[in-house]
Each structure stands twice: as C-alpha cells, then as structure tokens.
Design a protein around this ligand. Structure first.
Ligand code: GLN
Length: 486
C-alpha cells in the first residue's frame, strides 16, 4: 500500500508536462492545442468517475478555444503566454453563460452574464478552460466533503480527501486533467489542498488579483490564486492574473509583479524566519519536513532567524468570527428572487425561509448562524469587534517579525491527506486544518505552499512560505530554492 501510493506519486510527477512547456510547444507548432486538449480529455475520461474533480467538463467550449489557438498559431499571430494550456476553474468564479454553482443547490441553473476578470485574463493569453471544479459549498470547508454534489477524491490516494475548499481544482491538476487551475483562498483553501495533493499553491497579497466575478464568501479575506506542478508555472499564472482591475475597488493600483525572473536568483543573504512559538497541532512527519526545509535553505546560503508571533494562537478564533460575519452578509443575497432556485410559498417571508432551508447545506447554515450572532446588536462588540482587534494584533506581530526576517516558513497543513469522513462529525477538528494558513489571510499577506517530500504513508507534505504585503518576488525565490532542494 505504502509502496504503491509512493510509486503512483512518482509516476504523476514525471508524467505530466508543465504548462510552461505546453505553451512553448503549442506556440512553436511542435504540437497543437487540440492535441494537448485531447490528451487531457482522455485522462478525464479515464479517471474522473473515481476522482470527481469537476462539477462541469466544458468539452465543447474547450475544443472551440483550442481550435482558435491553433488557428492563431497557423496565421502567425502571437497565441499568448498560455497558448493551448488546459486550465480548470473553481466553480465559484463567474463564467459567462456557463453554470457557476459554488457547489450549492441554491445556485442551480444560474448562468452568470459576465466573466470574472481572472477568466478574461487567462483567455486573453490563450488558456483553454476544461471545466469548473468542485468545492466545499461556498468555499466553506477543508476537505471538499461539503459539496452539494458529492466529495472529490485525492488522486494520489482515493481513500483520502484532496483538502479544501478548492479540492476539485487541486485534484484536477494532480490527476493531469488540467495543467494548472485556479482556486480561491479565504483561510487556506488553495494552500492546504495544494499541500495534500503534492502541488504548488499560491495565495497572493490581498488586492493583487482581482476578485471581480469571484462569488464572495468573506470579502476582506478572499483571494484567487493558482495550483500548478512547479513553482515556475505558479509564477506564470500569478503574473497573468495579477495587476490592477478597476472593477474591484480593493484591487491594488499597480501592475503585475515580475516573478519568473526571480526564480533563479537563489536565497543567498535572505533571512528566513523560524517561528519559535508556533501553535501546536502539527504532526511529527510534517514538522520533520519543515526542519529539512530550513536545512536546505541554510545550505543554499540563507540565514535562519528566530521570530515570535504570539497572537497566532488566537487567529483561528478571530477567523471563525470574521469570516462567518462577512459570509452571513454576503449570502443574504440568495433569497429565491435574484439567483438560482426558489421554493414557492404563499407569502414572501416563507418563500425566503423555505428557499434558504432547501438550498443551503449544513455547514453554510452553521456559518450564517455564527455570523449573524457575532454581528447582532447585543454581541457585536464582544465578538466581531474583539475579533477585529485580534486581527490587528496578528498584523502587528507579522510586522515585527518581518523587521528581522524576509520570509517566514511554517507547515501548510498540520497533517498529510486524511481519510474520508474522519473529520466530518467534528467541525472544530475540520477548522483546525487551517491553523497555519488563516493568519496570512487575516493580515492580507501572500503565502504559498511548496511540496517538500513525503510524510506518513508516502503522502506529500507542503511547506508554507509566508511574506509581507507585496513580497511575492522574495516568496517565489524561496519557493524555487525549496523546489530545487526537493
Ligand atoms: N477551511 C476554511 C473555512 O472553512 C477556509 C476556507 C477557504 O479558504 N475558502 O472557512
């Protein structure tokens, strides 16, 4: 069993082409976008039934897009940086005329009238969208077991979860259904599934990537980012989707950063922070890989420095007040009138109540109740107000740490991929999956997960690289060094 999982992982790593080389081959005419797509569709046909990465496979649209890329190449037009690269999109990103469900019954049949900005930016570079991926309903969860359409399985070991909430996007890349994908990360939903599926996953600085057309969960925390096999591929996708967008009022008015150019620079002279008061909870196999990552960076010329982040242990509590508070407000719009399904009733209040009762799953209802309570007149200061103060303390802690360190390294997930159903009866156990990823969302900083060897049962372990606001260039340098070392 151990050996077969391990062997399968090695096969996966070597079997799939990077998106950088796909784009180069398509642009140079060595292959066609259509041939690349057919290879990926064949893999979908072979394994999607067991993996369930997708809510929708966009076969016809993808074929038309691939043919358009091939026609451009034939004519001699520049086909874009992502020429013919099959990309999967988390199903909470708006795609014009194509179902966008958030894996919720309440959005059944809803087709957005516009594209998310990230969708347009990828398309403009020649990307081919293969499908919309499964997620925990409205991105609330850490295992993709909260989907109204059934769970997604981890392609490396189908008895285990892929992580969540962007589990479908992670599984699509890990299974070779797409060469890259986009997820959204509110408290860890890109980084944690990346770690559990052996992928690179990036949560950019808040405001670096436009949220226009991303269905809102917690607006002050949500950020879109990529899943890929390599750090270079992640740098390419981040460069393509980043940069100012006037359609998002929280978008940073700056062009996208240069990241690919940073990857070969090495880490000589960089100061890498080791958190001496890291919250407990990580398994020994994960901590062992973190130690190995520090050793690798030190061997490559970085200086390891101790930092403390004393407020980190309160981050989870603050997040589970702030995120549900924002969610309770954002999800008020699903009222049976404006989107998706309606349960008809004799009066409007009963119609609202019956629609929401039938349309939302248990976890979404739990968050709405938590959030409504935290925002209620009598408890606002005691809960929501207090959580905002903790959020400030966490940002202050990071500011202090980044005065002596250029980046900080922590585990991404406290464990490797866990078996189905092992945390579904215990919401708190599920929430603890994000103990190391949530603090950066609260601070608005960037962070990414890089595969760094294997832990228990031969399953992948991710190391998380954290950086200050707009510190992506340094973060990617460190990630590239970890990739070289592993
Ligand atoms: N698992 C966390 C939650 O359930 C984070 C989810 C996310 O990042 N979208 O809220």
């Amino acid at each position: 069993m151990v050996v077969s999982v391990f062997r399968h992982r090695v096969v996966c790593m070597s079997e799939f082409q990077t998106l950088a080389s796909i784009a180069a081959d398509v642009a140079s005419g060595r292959t066609t976008a259509r041939a690349v797509l057919d290879t990926h569709l064949a893999r979908i046909d072979a394994r999607e039934t067991e993996v369930h990465a997708f809510n929708l496979v966009m076969r016809e649209q993808a074929t038309a897009a691939a043919d358009a890329v091939d026609a451009a190449v034939k004519k001699g037009d520049a086909p874009g940086r992502l020429a013919g690269v099959p990309i999967a999109l988390k199903d909470n990103m708006c795609t014009r005329g194509v179902d966008t469900t958030c894996s919720s019954k309440i959005l059944a049949g809803w087709k957005p009238p516009y594209n998310a900005t990230v969708v347009d930016r990828l398309a403009a570079e020649g990307a081919v969208f293969v499908g919309k991926t499964n997620l925990d309903e409205f991105a609330m969860g850490s295992s993709t077991e909260n989907s109204a359409f059934g769970a997604t399985r981890n392609p490396l070991d189908i008895s285990r979860v892929p992580g969540g909430s962007s589990g479908g996007s992670a599984a699509a890349v890990a299974a070779g259904f797409s060469a890259g994908s986009l997820g959204s990360d509110t408290g860890g939903s890109i980084r944690q599934p990346a770690a559990l599926c052996g992928l690179v996953g990036v949560k950019p600085t808040y405001g670096l990537v436009s949220r226009y057309g991303l269905v809102a969960f917690a607006s002050s925390l949500d950020q879109i980012g990529p899943f890929t096999h390599t750090v270079e591929d992640a740098a390419i996708l981040t460069e393509v989707i980043a940069g100012h967008d006037p359609m998002d009022s929280t978008s940073i008015p700056q062009p996208a950063p240069d990241l690919v150019a940073e990857l070969a620079r090495g880490v000589k002279g960089l100061r890498v922070g080791r958190v001496t008061d890291l919250p407990e909870g990580a398994d020994a196999d994960v901590l062992q890989r973190l130690d190995a990552a520090f050793d690798a960076l030190a061997a490559a010329g970085a200086t390891i420095v101790d930092v403390t982040l004393p407020s980190l242990s309160f981050a989870l509590t603050a997040y589970y007040l702030i995120a549900p508070a924002e969610a309770s407000s954002n999800l008020a719009r699903y009222d049976g009138v404006r989107y998706g399904v309606r349960v008809p009733a004799g009066d409007i209040n009963t119609m609202y109540a019956d629609t929401r009762e039938a349309g939302f799953g248990d976890e979404v209802k739990r968050r709405i109740m938590l959030g409504t309570y935290a925002l209620s007149a009598g408890y606002y200061d005691a809960y929501y107000g207090k959580a905002l103060k903790v959020r400030r303390l966490i940002a202050d802690d990071f500011a202090r740490a980044y005065s002596t360190a250029d980046v900080v390294l922590t585990p991404t997930s406290p464990t490797v991929a866990f078996p189905f159903g092992s945390k579904t009866d215990n919401p708190l156990a599920m929430y603890l999956c994000d103990i190391f990823t949530i603090p950066t969302n609260l601070a608005g900083h960037p962070a990414m997960s890089v595969p760094f060897g294997t832990g228990r049962d031969g399953l992948p372990v991710g190391v998380q690289v954290l950086a200050p606001t707009l510190g992506e260039a340094t973060m990617f340098r460190v990630a590239a060094e970890l990739e070289r070392a592993s």
